[in-house]
Structure formats: structure tokens, C-alpha cells
Design a protein around this ligand. Structure first.
Ligand SMILES: Cc1ncc(COP(=O)(O)O)c(C=O)c1O
Length: 369
């Protein structure tokens, strides 16, 4: 078997009935709402063990819905990690709330309750736990801390569909939980997302906010100033087909992660993301931190060198202090991770040969050998 270059960083993959269900949805003429949306919600609810699951247009809309349901107001503070995708912080700003950044664990790259505790004030209205790259935050500790202060936890499990902490699925312990089904994610609907909650009253609010505050029984009567965050039946059809093969997807992702871990842990100058104790992850993206002593050219140069070899990589998430529109912060760990982390292709169909090739190239770029 040969290696096909370039190797992309991500690849949307189809496992069985995606095309069939998509055509079925199209021919049914139910292209907005429809039976596939309900099927996708039921399948996700069963996997996550969530009494209420709402398919939405993307993971950012899912966070927006969570904030609306929690009645986040201008000036409210929302604690978010300094290392992670900035959707939760961006949506907070759009609602004129204040993202309060928490630095992350230098090894697990996720937020810890012990770092969140000193940031809680009388204005704190939510803690957003982002399960970065598929590793998970210590959710029990965060929920216990939140409960102590009357602050809800939102799990942003966009990158962690399928990960578990003990027996609890990522996105099952927060008061509200959000997921993304973007093209690169563990399961995809192209663009798409999900919101779950165990709370009946919040579920009613989420249902209304998702669809302009409308109830089916009364046309054009808006109960609340909602939005349109709905997923289409066409997209949901793809998601239903993906869920049918979820165990196979998890197994392939697991094998890719396992092979990378075996190889990368022996390369000097690379630090793998350490799993939070108790976490059985479905890794979305395999990432390593480059130690400057071994990669003197710096992370961005390494990315370019990898690209020259035909391997697409991505940098770690940039810290909020790098972006002009966030208030100044000092987050030493997140800033360092933003400068030195690189993530490598991690999609399920990567072959052993390709993974070996990627690991060898990364090792060859070390300046200390
Ligand atoms: C942690 C996290 N939260 C939220 C999102 C936003 O999801 P979407 O791109 O579906 O809007 C992403 C997506 O990339 C993400 O990684």
C-alpha cells in the first residue's frame, strides 16, 4: 500500500447509508424539519443518556441556545478556558456578557476546578467546560464547584462526542451540554450540532428559542424572541447514517490514537496531551506540544516543513490574549500551548503507513538529533 500525498488534516468520511438517507430525505420533500431530525435526536439522546436532545444548525448555535436558556444578561460573567476553540467566548461577547478566561492544566490542556474556583464572583452565571481534542475536564469537580456557588456548568463537548469520564458520557453532566457535527468532527452532518439537558424547564426554553419562540399549535405566535437554530432534515439524514456506524468510528479513532501514542511518546521533544484521570476518550485530534529545545525552528516553521512533506497540520488554539477584541489577560499555560502545540491528521481511515510516515517526519524535524 502506498501513501497518497498530501495527507489532509481532516477528512469527512461516510460509513454506509449517508447517501441513501440523504436522497430519501430529498425525495420525501421534507428538506427542512422531518423524521431524520427526530431520529438523530433520539439516537444521540440514547447514546448520551440525555432525556432531552435538540439538533441544531451548528455547535456555536448550541452554545448560543444554552446561554439564552440560562438567561445570560449583559455584564454576566462566563468562565471559559484560555486554551480551546473560542466559540463559547465569542458568543458570550455577542450577548454582551463577559468571558472570564481560566488557564488550563499544563498537561491535560483542559480547565480544572481548582483554577476556576478563584475566578468565581457574584456575577458568574456559567462555567463552560471545553473538552479539548476529546480529552475531558474533571467534570465531577466542576459540577461540585458550580453547585457550591449556584453556578451551572455547560459542557462544550463539540470535540468529545463519545468520550467518557468513568461511565458518564461527555456532555451528560452539565446542566446544558453542547456538541458540534461540523465536517471535521467525530460524527458529522456537514454543519450541525446538538444541545442536551436533563432539565425539563430548560428543555422547553431551548425548544422555543431554537425556533423563534413558536409552538406548532398556534401559527405566527411568538412566545419569546427566539432565533432559527434548526438543523435540516437533509443534514440529519447524514447524521443518522453516521450514528449507525458509531462503534466502528470510535474503534477506528481509537486505533489511530493508540498508534500515534505508541510512536510519539518515544520521540524526544514531543509532549502528548495527558488524559485527565478517569477519562476514556474518543480523540478528535491528536496533538503534541513541541519542546523548544528540540524544535528550535519553532512550531510555525515545523508546520511549514510538514506541509512541504505533504502533511497538513494545525496549530494549537491561539490564546485570547493574542486576539485584539478580548480584554487583556495573562494565561501563561494557554499562551504557551497556543505557541507550541501542533495537531496532526487524525481521521479514522488513516492507514498505519500514513501514521508512521507522519511520526517519522515529525521526528526528523527535531533540531536536536
Ligand atoms: C470546542 C468547540 N466548541 C464549539 C465549536 C463550534 O462548533 P461549530 O463549528 O459547529 O459551530 C467548536 C468547533 O469547531 C469547538 O471545537
Amino acid at each position: 500500500m502506498s501513501i497518497g500525498l498530501p495527507i489532509p488534516w481532516a477528512k469527512a468520511e461516510f460509513w454506509g447509508n449517508e447517501e441513501k438517507y440523504l436522497v430519501d430525505a430529498l425525495r420525501s420533500s421534507w428538506i427542512s424539519g422531518g423524521a431524520y431530525v427526530e431520529k438523530l435526536e433520539a439516537a444521540c439522546a440514547a447514546r448520551i443518556k440525555a432525556p432531552h436532545a435538540f439538533a441544531v444548525s451548528n455547535g456555536t448555535a448550541a452554545l448560543n441556545l444554552a446561554y439564552l436558556a440560562l438567561d445570560i444578561q449583559p455584564g454576566d460573567e462566563i468562565i471559559v478556558p484560555g486554551f480551546g476553540f473560542m466559540a463559547a467566548a465569542n458568543v458570550a461577547l455577542q450577548l454582551h456578557a463577559v468571558p472570564v478566561f481560566c488557564d488550563v492544566d499544563p498537561d491535560a490542556w483542559c480547565m480544572r476546578a481548582s483554577d476556576v474556583a478563584p475566578l468565581i464572583t457574584s456575577r458568574t452565571r456559567a462555567i463552560v467546560a471545553i473538552h479539548t481534542y476529546g480529552n475531558m475536564c474533571g467534570v465531577d469537580e466542576l459540577v461540585a464547584l458550580g453547585t457550591q456557588h449556584g453556578v451551572p456548568v455547560i459542557e462544550d463537548a463539540a470535540e468529545a462526542f463519545g468520550s467518557k469520564m468513568g461511565d458518564a458520557a461527555a456532555g451528560s453532566r452539565g446542566l446544558i451540554n453542547t456538541f458540534s457535527f461540523h465536517a471535521t468532527k467525530t460524527i458529522t452532518t456537514g454543519e450541525g450540532g446538538l444541545v442536551t439537558t436533563n432539565d425539563d424547564a430548560l428543555a422547553s426554553k431551548i425548544r422555543l428559542f431554537r425556533s423563534h419562540g413558536l409552538r406548532r399549535e398556534r401559527h405566527y405566535w411568538h412566545e419569546i424572541p427566539g432565533n432559527n437554530f434548526r438543523l435540516t432534515n437533509l443534514q440529519a439524514a447524514i447524521g443518522v447514517a453516521q450514528i449507525e456506524h458509531i462503534d466502528q468510528i470510535f474503534a477506528r479513532r481509537g486505533a489511530v490514537y493508540e498508534q500515534y501514542t505508541r510512536r510519539l511518546r518515544n520521540i524526544p521533544g514531543l509532549q502528548l496531551q495527558r488524559l485527565t484521570p478517569g477519562c476514556s476518550p474518543v480523540i478528535w485530534a491528536v496533538a503534541v506540544k513541541l519542546e523548544p529545545a528540540h524544535y528550535e525552528q519553532g512550531r510555525d516553521a515545523v508546520m511549514q516543513q510538514m506541509a512541504q512533506k505533504g502533511i497538513e497540520t494545525r496549530p494549537g488554539f491561539q490564546a485570547p490574549s493574542e486576539m485584539h477584541y478580548f480584554a487583556p489577560t495573562h494565561l501563561p499555560v494557554s499562551e504557551e500551548l497556543g505557541r507550541s502545540v501542533i495537531s496532526v491528521p487524525s481521521y479514522p481511515s488513516l492507514s498505519e503507513l500514513e501514521i508512521d510516515f507522519i511520526c517519522n517526519e515529525l521526528a526528523n524535524l527535531s533540531t536536536s538529533s
